[in-house]
Design a protein around this ligand. Structure first.
Ligand code: RIB
Length: 313
């Protein structure tokens, strides 16, 4: 089994459920509040390990209970957390998440310790980068650290997956050209290519533009519409499994973690995307971030169901 390194954020999520989101200046009553381990980096590492991957994580936590809860949750699930950095000067990252009755969410992240996941920390752990095969990154840590890690990983011949979330205003071409896979959702894709539109055709054009800028493979998560894969040889939509969503938090993280595991196991591209669709279809039926991630057995079961569905169409 190839080794997966996740470099990214760890947050404690304060999840508030409500019937509908408040508008500016309005107070609404929520129905429930819970604290759940989250952070895009941690969620992806947790997913990859829970689905059977050999996973290590680099990132920063604060010297507080939330940081310890994060570390324990990841360790129990099999993530190697031995080189996470614990800071005295900063608190663990926090996310405030509002979830409405349709399962849609809005998220505000206060990065705290995550911004100390910087170039000097990554240089200190260069041997970790050397030892892995796949590197997955998101965009909730220091920006120069993300760019440094991508360049260093490619220098070392690793496969790099960037989940551009939260999406920046722009990504430099020298970064695009080092990405084996970029995995935006529809909104992130359209912002990155500076276009408007909400059809699969618009997304395909947007993805082609990212190829022009240097990305090798573009994989767009489109929620209920499934996932769109675009490279120079292939353009294909992989349908989603139909489920009733209660909370879409971390669905993208689950998709990315599952996709990385499938690639690391040597599955073909189409199978890897379908496996990721299967896993994330379960995550949206459960509340919270790491609390929503399925087991390997559950993901395989959903995958079998999807395969049967495709064959009988
Ligand atoms: O993608 C979901 C995650 O985004 C949450 O867990 C929250 O912490 C934010 O990072």
């Amino acid at each position: 089994m190839k080794k997966i390194l996740v470099i990214g954020s760890l947050n404690m999520d304060m999840v508030i459920e409500m019937k509908r989101m408040p508008i500016t200046g309005e107070t609404v009553l929520g129905t429930q509040v819970s604290y759940v381990p989250g952070g895009k980096g941690a969620n992806q590492a947790y997913t990859a390990a829970k689905l059977g991957g050999k996973v290590k994580m680099l990132g920063c936590i604060g010297n507080d209970d939330f940081g310890e809860m994060q570390r324990n949750n990841l360790t129990e699930c099999g993530v190697d957390t031995g080189d996470l950095k614990r800071l005295k000067s900063q608190g663990t990252g926090m996310a405030s998440i509002y979830v409405d009755e349709y399962g849609d969410n809005t998220i505000v992240v206060v990065p705290g310790a995550n911004m100390e996941c910087n170039v000097s920390y990554l240089k200190e752990y260069d041997h970790v980068l050397q030892e892995c095969d796949y590197v997955i990154l998101q965009m909730e840590i220091a920006r120069d650290a993300i760019y440094y890690a991508i360049k260093r990983a490619k220098e070392l011949g690793k496969t790099v997956i960037l989940n551009p979330a939260p999406v920046p205003d722009a990504l430099p071409d020298e970064i695009f050209s080092r990405l084996d896979y970029i995995t935006p959702n529809e909104t992130e894709l359209m912002k990155l290519c500076g276009k408007e539109g909400d059809s699969v055709r618009d997304y395909t054009e947007g993805a082609r533009e990212l190829l022009e800028r240097g990305a090798k493979n573009v994989l767009v998560t489109m929620g209920k519409k499934g996932a769109l894969f675009v490279n120079r040889e292939r353009e294909e939509v992989f349908p989603a499994r139909k489920v009733l969503a209660v909370d879409t938090t971390a669905a993208g993280d689950c998709f990315n973690g599952a996709f990385a595991v499938a690639l690391a196991e040597g599955r073909a591209l189409g199978e890897a995307v379908t496996f990721a669709n299967a896993a994330s279809s379960i995550a949206v039926t459960r509340n919270g971030a790491q609390t929503s991630i399925p087991s390997r057995e559950e993901a395989e079961e959903a995958l079998r169901e999807m395969s049967v569905h495709v064959r009988t169409k």
